[in-house]
Ligand binder design. Structure first.
Ligand SMILES: C[S@@+](CC[C@H](N)C(=O)[O-])C[C@H]1O[C@@H](n2cnc3c(N)ncnc32)[C@H](O)[C@@H]1O
Length: 276
């Protein structure tokens, strides 16, 4: 195990500790929605006041979101065993540990200080490469395009809402131009959420704030003719095959939540797009 490591992360970079902690806490439960022993190890090794996030409803939300991204990436790898998965804004995400198929090529991209921290926990291999760059930099896309194998899946989990809309558009253009036909999974927070972040249970505990409000996935398809929304859902409207395998207590909690019609739930949407 790595010795306890002090984190000196930038403002938006610090947000990676929320889903990391969510997965670690979840893994300690008797009946978890997902198991992530690596996240538990990493949390134990990082010197940070994680207790500020204890018992926040958002932690479970991050776990459910990750379970959905995992499902989509697994489906993609089943359909395309020799392919490429790119984690955009990877943070200390451990999707590779959960769903890798032993054949695909993986890239984990994040800002330089995050990659520095990430490198103390994960080692590059011939199939797994970390990249220190902003998603908005053109150079990484050129480099990945030259190394990618087969079709590509881009997973941007809890990343793009932190960018300005013009940067989100630039990132989508960059991906579509370098990787036409590839899949992009991302999450969208509507204006009711971005306008109330100071009251958000987890974001109110950190400095970072979301910059991009997106009320409807059609805004994204409208940016690029030919880009299609394949599917989208909220956390209370997860695909049946994911919902069915959640612990009973979660299924019950989600059906109760669905009836409350909360802005924080109804305006938070996760979408899967095919880029053109
Ligand atoms: C909430 S965290 C999510 C981390 C990871 N996707 C997960 O689900 O565990 C947001 C991540 O986006 C990264 N990020 C923010 N702006 C970025 C940019 N312009 N380029 C690349 N990564 C960025 C942050 O550094 C951070 O790791």
């Amino acid at each position: 195990m790595t010795t306890e490591r002090e984190t000196r992360l930038g403002t938006v970079q610090e947000t990676l500790l929320i889903p990391l902690y969510g997965r670690a806490v979840e893994s300690g439960k008797e009946e978890p929605a997902l198991s992530d022993p690596r996240a538990q190890e990493i949390v134990a090794a990082i010197d940070y006041d994680f207790a500020r996030f204890d018992n926040l409803p958002s932690l479970v939300g991050t776990v459910l979101r990750t379970a959905l991204f995992d499902l989509w990436v697994s489906d993609f790898l089943t359909e395309h065993p020799v392919s490429t998965v790119v984690e955009i804004g990877a943070g200390l995400n451990t999707r590779y540990e959960r769903v890798d198929n032993g054949r695909a090529r993986w890239f984990d991209l994040d800002l330089p200080d995050v990659i520095d921290l990430r490198r103390s926990f994960f080692t590059d291999t011939p199939r797994r490469t970390t990249i220190a760059a902003s998603v908005t930099d053109d150079a990484w896309a050129t480099s990945v395009a030259s190394k990618a194998e087969g079709p590509c899946f881009f997973a941007a989990e809890a990343v793009l809402p932190f960018l300005q809309e013009r940067d989100v558009r630039h990132a989508v253009d960059l991906l579509a131009e370098h990787f036409p036909g590839s899949l992009l999974a991302l999450d969208m927070a509507g204006p009711g959420i971005t306008g109330a972040q100071d009251e958000h249970d987890a974001l109110s505990k950190v400095e970072a704030r979301m910059q991009w409000a997106c009320a409807d996935p059609a805004e994204i398809t409208g940016w690029r003719p030919g880009t299609r929304l394949l599917t989208s859902c909220t956390l209370t409207d997860l695909p049946a095959r994911l919902h069915e395998r959640l612990p009973a207590a979660y299924r019950e909690m989600l059906s109760g939540l669905a009836q409350q019609r909360l802005v924080q739930v109804d305006e938070y949407r996760i979408g899967l797009f095919r880029l053109a």
